[in-house]
Design a protein around this ligand. Structure first.
Ligand code: ADP
Ligand code: ZN
Length: 811
């Protein structure tokens, strides 16, 4: 035994086991016990898969169990990624193993195994009587008879299988490799609808009042080769079903592409670098210096959409590639930002790997391995791509750095942007954060001198920003508040010019409330304290929190009254209203109901780009980074919800969201126009949106936050306590508050305990505490200690405690 090989290893678990445990390594495996591999170890009664995260000479406790198996020939994570995942676990107060699981491709455990084969040298040694140690000849003979064998199976037969295999491998007589089980790949099909031959949408025999059926026929006629069934139904599956029954519409299964970004190996770059403006050149030069010096440098690239940020990313990345370094690019969501992704593909071709949620298990794992083997120099992906195993990473880019989707809203609750910054810091690399509406966090750091600010003040070629007008709903009659006269007029003009429009409404469904006119009660979810939303397609009431659904009741559940009324509108109702108002327009909807999958989103955006949609109705999904020059009008149906959320970030988020949505208008050479309908026309956020004035937002919000001791001027942790017993949750919250104070949290740095705005979710009552502190280190340490004390307390029984570090959404 050599002294460099570890006798003991620390193993982290992808489950609720909080801290790594130490195991003894049987002597013959010691040289293979490298950090970053998966291992099989006994935990409780069963063997479980864990991650080898560290080695040690001496055990911390006297009795340690033995490692049962090493599951990888090559480490899955290198030292840098181990360090990064460790930081994430410490910072976000969650188990290391859970972070590692998040960092690895999903399903990897069922996709891989190690196999052993005899090499030709091995075969020659057997036949020629070469030197073989005891047991080796028998082992090789077994392998030769089988061709190859999984190491796990060999280990069951030979206790020393691993040592034998690796000993032979070192002498070139056998090979040990990680084998990927080929994922079962089936072509994917979706039902498509098309007009039956000879059907004319205008003359087809339909009942006079079947306007929805007529609208569907028109949409299908306009779409030519057909539409996916969900899209053709356009919120009225019953109408579509009637048409199919009458034989006016046909359905067939159409195979869909699995991955539009797959196999870019053959792609030839078609796009050349542009001559940079002075401001762009400044940004690229700054990053170039840091790259050359291998120095951590965070740069906030602040510029409105169309100001040339992407070109800065592209050229900064080119510089990194020229120095044989690699790049990591995070975007909020691949499906919603196809344009950005395509620009990377156009510039860099096959050097790009796109990691996205539309990839299924096997495909995703393939892409990940391609990256790990160093075959891709640029990774573009959403949040979890921040852990992509790039061995020579030299530059990191986070596009739309303010986007709330970078925050994972389940354990581990990490922020993709902040992990990206830490990754750059650990590596000594520049990181570019790009945004038209920077998060207050990032902007504050430029003011404090911790980040460099590069400002792209103008749109390229000085293309004007859209003109933003506010429609005062207080002056508009109830029936017209969905589509106000000014908005109808603007839409009419837009359609007449053959241009396209987007209508934004951040609520799904048809009606958001079913109210009893006799007693005033609303139909609510039995598990959550929120009202049910009526979905017209299925004719069901649905809970947007827990997905509970039911048929609408005939009578009020509270008073048995029979006068029930649907109130409040969602995107489905908006779509219907738009179709009624503009019967000739081709209308489509994009929200989680109409475009729930990655592929559906892509299809709608392609239809918009291809000019097959005149008016696209949708939630914030329509606001992201696509760029359709012919979209010249954006309507915001109601700004009020976003302005009044019970969340200290409501103003900031509303500003970013509305700016992004109105920014979709007029990106070509025609001027754009945006109309915002609201009951609060004088709200300071709307003024800032209208003037596209980030400085105004920073001044107003910054002052509020500073006065109230809120982020970005402090750090925060949100603690949520929940239990099926209301009293238990409340008592536990009071206890945690007491423990936090006992561990040094000042009373004025503690908000709550208070009920969470949506008090009950999935049958659990929830209380929250917002804890703040001047610095992350001190705050997190106090919270962690209070948490330990809390978990040991009898008050914790039956209560779940969730900690959210740097919370992005409070409701
Ligand atoms: P952003 O990422 O800020 O939205 P882009 O980088 O997409 O902006 O630039 C907007 C448009 O201007 C794109 O069509 C791009 O090709 C073009 N563009 C960017 N930089 C330049 C430049 N230096 N010279 C000419 N055109 C440019
Ligand atoms: Zn519910």
């Amino acid at each position: 035994m050599t002294t460099t090989t570890p006798a003991y290893v620390d193993v982290a678990f992808p489950t609720s086991v909080e801290t790594p445990l130490t195991y003894r390594v049987p002597e013959e495996w010691r040289e293979f016990a490298t950090p970053g591999k998966r291992v099989l170890v006994p935990l409780g009664r069963r063997p479980v898969t864990g991650y080898l995260v560290g080695t040690r000479e001496h055990p911390p406790v006297s009795s340690t169990k033995d490692l049962q198996e090493i599951l990888d020939a090559e480490p899955l994570l290198d030292a840098h990624l181990l360090e990064l995942t460790r930081w994430v676990a410490d910072y976000y107060l969650c188990p290391w193993g859970e972070v590692i699981r998040t960092a690895l491709p999903p399903g990897i455990d069922s996709l891989t195994r190690q196999v052993v084969r005899v090499t030709s040298a091995g075969a020659a040694a057997m036949d020629g009587g070469g030197f073989l140690r005891t047991g080796e000849r028998e082992f090789l003979a077994f392998l030769r008879a089988r061709g190859e064998a999984p190491l796990a199976a060999l280990s069951r037969r030979w206790r020393r299988a691993r040592a034998l295999a690796h000993g032979l491998a070192r002498r070139g007589l056998a090979e040990v490799g990680d084998e990927v089980r080929p994922p079962r790949i089936r072509p994917m099909t979706v039902p498509h609808c098309a007009l039956s031959p000879g059907v004319d949408p205008e003359t087809a025999p339909l009942p006079r009042r079947a306007t929805r059926q007529r609208a569907i026929l028109r949409a299908l006629a306009a779409a030519g080769t057909g539409l996916p069934r969900s899209e053709a139904a356009a919120g009225s599956p019953a109408a579509l079903a009637a048409l199919i029954l009458q034989g006016l519409v046909q359905v067939r299964e159409v195979e869909v592409t699995r991955d539009p970004f797959a196999h870019p190996e053959g792609l030839v770059p078609s796009d050349l670098p542009l001559h940079l403006t002075a401001a762009q050149a400044e940004g690229v030069a700054l990053v170039q210096t840091a790259l050359a010096e291998r120095r951590f440098l965070p740069v906030l690239l602040y510029g409105v959409t169309g100001s040339g940020k992407t070109e800065v990313y592209l050229q900064a990345i080119q510089n990194a590639l020229d120095q044989a370094r690699q790049a990591l690019v995070l975007v909020p969501e691949i499906a919603l930002t196809p344009l950005t992704v395509r620009r990377f593909l156009a510039r860099f071709g096959g050097r790009v790997a796109v990691l996205h949620s539309g990839l299924r298990g096997g495909e995703r794992y393939d892409a990940w391995r391609r990256v790990r083997r160093g075959e891709a120099d640029i990774v573009v992906g959403a949040r979890s791509a921040v852990f992509a195993p790039l061995p020579r990473l030299g530059i990191v880019v986070v596009d739309e750095e303010h986007d709330p989707s970078y925050k994972q809203e389940e354990v581990p609750r990490y922020h993709g942007r902040d992990v990206a910054i830490m990754r750059a810091k650990l590596l000594g690399a520049p990181v570019i954060l790009g945004s038209a509406t920077p998060s207050l966090e990032s902007f504050e750091r430029t003011q404090a001198g911790r980040y460099r600010l590069v400002r792209l003040a103008q749109r390229i070629e000085a293309r004007p920003l859209p003109r933003v007008e506010v429609v005062d709903l207080r002056r508009i009659g109830g029936r017209d508040r969905l589509l106000s006269p000014p908005l109808v007029e603007a839409l009419t003009g837009c359609l007449a010019r053959g241009e396209q429009a987007l209508l934004f409404l951040n609520r799904r469904g048809f009606s958001t409330l079913l109210l009893c006119e006799e007693c005033g009660a609303a139909a609510g979810c039995p598990h959550c304290s929120i009202s049910l939303t009526y979905h017209a397609g299925q004719g069901r009431l649905r809970c947007h929190t827990c997905d509970f659904e039911r048929r609408p009741p005939e009578r009020c559940q509270a008073c048995q009254g029979s006068r029930l009324r649907y109130l409040g509108f969602g995107t489905q109702q908006l779509e219907v209203a738009v179709r009624e108002r503009f019967p000739r327009a081709r209308v489509a909807r994009m929200d989680r109901d109409a475009a729930g999958t990655w592929r559906e989103v892509t299809r709608v955006l392609e239809a918009l780009e291809g000019g097959a949609i005149d008016i696209l109705v949708g939630t914030q999904m329509i606001g992201k980074g696509h760029d359709v020059p012919n979209v010249t009008l954006v309507g915001v149906i109601s700004a009020d919800m976003a302005l009044h959320l019970p969340d200290f970030r409501a103003g900031e988020h509303a500003f970013a969201l509305l700016t992004q949505v109105v920014g979709r208008a007029g990106r070509g050479d025609r001027p754009g126009r945006a109309l915002i309908q609201t009951f609060n026309p004088d709200h300071y956020i709307l003024r800032a949106v209208q003037a596209q004035d980030y400085a105004a937002l920073w001044e107003a919000e910054g002052e509020l936050r500073r006065d109230q001791g809120l982020p970005p001027f402090t750090r925060a942790v949100l603690a949520v306590l929940s239990s099926p017993e209301a009293a238990a949750a409340e008592r536990a919250a009071a206890e945690l508050a007491r423990l936090l104070r006992a561990h040094g949290v000042r009373p004025d740095a503690l908000s709550g305990p208070a009920p969470v705005p949506v008090y009950r979710v999935r049958g659990r009552y929830r209380w929250q505490l917002l804890v703040r502190g001047p610095d992350a280190g001190g705050l997190h340490a106090r919270v962690r200690e209070a948490e330990r004390a809390f978990r040991a307390s009898p008050m914790a029984r039956g209560v779940r405690l969730d900690l959210d570090v740097d919370p992005v959404r409070l409701c």
